[in-house]
Design a protein around this ligand. Structure first.
Ligand code: GLU
Length: 507
């Protein structure tokens, strides 16, 4: 295999969708798995769609997810610049080369004339009206005008485009690493605009020229670009670059969790999960779109989840660090069919990564949340706090659920009280409280005292334990009650139990 060099080539038209991050990831994994290079190229030829801030967003998203670029607009490289807008002077010569070889031509049709043409074809019941081999000879271009006329128009500075001349009725075939053989008849293709008189290439020309001049070996991109691939194949041929043409791999779509469509921002809003890696604020509308980072997802979990959208290792293993992904990833194991996004699974990944963190790490991650919530915590008890709370947490922030370990409950879980509080409950709890009070208050001891008490009086666990929990923590569920009580210590636990009995007996 030739030296591997891949590019992630987003257009800065808004925040990067998680599908875009997955494209970057598969490029990154493939590059690193093959000792290759991963570069970032900004495709900003369409100035009308340029969105301020989008470029920095892309950079930040790659950094957050831990994908390191070998060349990019900021660190540069031997094949720069890495923004297409800065490469503007490089493209014209290739458009000229295509014209000289008879593979492209000047077109002078105005917007109105193009509309007229489409109307005319529609009336003639042409299903998909486009500028192609069948109609180009009826239009205003250098194929239908004399060279003097064409020159006169160019000299007069009339606006023009340069269009590719797609051959009529020819099979274009190429092998896609994921899809296998792809075959398309050129009669379904149109004479796409490659270059405009403002001096800017369109996506198609710029993309091909850059992949060639940057020595890209593999083009790994979303399925939405598959229809453009035959044109790209033709351009490589027309420009005489077939022997260095990159290989193609078109990634399957990420589908919405319900139904079959492509996952969109609307699905995220509707079903309550982010579709962007980082939060994004639209500068014109002020609208905020949520991001995985701000929702508290670990980048490792996000990456792991994304890797499984379209790829699988062929084993039972589900948890992969970036290094393990690099070791295991094979483009051949990427499937053809779309893969459904699963918000629960994404949360599951986060939970797994949370559990893998050491208590010390979790303490450091938790402190900012405790501060923000204004909880008066004891630093030395934080390691025990996280060891108690992490089992039930999906996000670091979830551990704040255990704030009752540092402060008295402000209220009691209604459901438990209304279901479990009976006439003699206060009496039973007071008796147990007194027994607790006479102990050394280790979790084991408390447990022992409690079970013996129930056994002696033939009282079921379910009649008392939930009430004790509510009085101590305010909650209907949580970590082991006796661990909680040992954490709080004797004085505090006893106080909560006695106060609780009093409140509920009076209420
Ligand atoms: N600029 C295109 C995009 O925004 C890149 C397509 C490609 O990778 O060729 O997705």
């Amino acid at each position: 295999m030739r030296d591997v060099k891949v590019r992630f080539a987003p257009s800065p038209t808004g925040p990067l969708h998680m599908g875009g991050v997955r494209t970057a990831l598969f490029n990154y994994l493939f590059a690193k798995a093959n000792n290759g290079q991963f570069i970032l190229r900004i495709e900003d030829t369409d100035q009308a769609r340029f969105v301020p801030g989008a470029e920095d967003y892309i950079k930040e998203a790659l950094e957050w997810t831990g994908m390191h670029t070998d060349e990019d607009p900021w660190k540069g490289g031997d094949f720069g610049p890495y923004r297409q807008s800065e490469r503007k002077p490089m493209y014209r010569q290739y458009a000229d080369q295509l014209i000289a070889a008879g593979h492209a031509y000047y077109a002078f049709d105005t917007a109105e004339e193009l509309d007229e043409m489409r109307e005319r074809l529609k009336r003639a019941k042409v299903p998909n009206p486009q500028y192609n081999a069948a109609i180009r000879m009826t239009m205003k271009n250098s194929l239908t005008m004399s060279s003097d006329e064409v020159q006169a128009k160019l000299d007069a500075g009339e606006p023009y485009t340069i269009r590719v001349k797609i051959p009529r009725n020819e099979e274009v075939r190429f092998q896609d690493i994921i899809r296998g053989w792809v075959q398309v008849n050129t009669s379904s293709l149109d004479d796409k605009v490659l270059f405009k008189s403002d001096g800017m290439p369109t996506y198609h020309l710029a993309n091909i020229v850059d992949d060639y001049t940057m020595r890209i070996s593999h083009v790994i991109r979303g399925e939405e670009w598959l229809p453009s691939a035959p044109l790209h194949i033709l351009l490589y041929r027309f420009l005489g670059w077939e022997d260095v043409r990159p290989e193609f791999a078109h990634l399957p779509l990420i589908l919405r969790p319900d139904g079959n469509g492509k996952l969109s921002k609307r699905d995220g809003d509707r079903l309550g999960f982010p579709v962007f890696p980082l939060e994004w604020k639209d500068q014109t509308t002020g609208e905020i779109s949520s991001g995985y980072r701000e929702k508290g997802f670990f980048p490792e979990a996000f990456v792991n989840m994304l890797a499984f959208l379209g790829w699988n290792p062929g084993t039972q293993q589900e948890l992969f660090s970036m290094d393990e992904l690099i070791e295991t990833f094979k483009l051949e194991r990427v499937g053809k069919s779309g893969s459904k996004f699963d918000a629960d699974k994404t949360r599951w990944y986060n939970q797994q990564y949370l559990r893998m963190k050491s208590d010390d790490e979790l303490v450091q991650l938790l402190i900012p949340y405790l501060e923000r919530a204004g909880i008066e915590y004891s630093t030395e008890k934080l390691p025990i706090f996280v060891s108690l709370m992490k089992e039930r947490a999906v996000f670091v922030e979830d551990m704040l659920e255990g704030r009752y370990l540092f402060e008295r409950p402000a209220s009691y879980d209604d459901q438990t009280i209304s279901k479990k509080w009976k006439e003699n409950s206060g009496h039973i709890i007071s008796e147990i409280t007194s027994l607790f009070e006479d102990s050394d208050f280790t979790a084991d001891q408390l447990n022992e005292i409690f079970t013996t008490y129930l056994k002696d009086r033939e009282i079921g666990m379910g009649a008392v334990l939930p009430l004790l929990r509510v009085l101590v923590s305010g909650k209907g569920a949580g970590p082991s009650l006796f661990d909680i009580m040992a954490f709080l210590g004797k004085a505090e636990s006893i106080k909560r139990l006695r106060d609780g009995v009093q409140t509920l007996s009076n209420g």
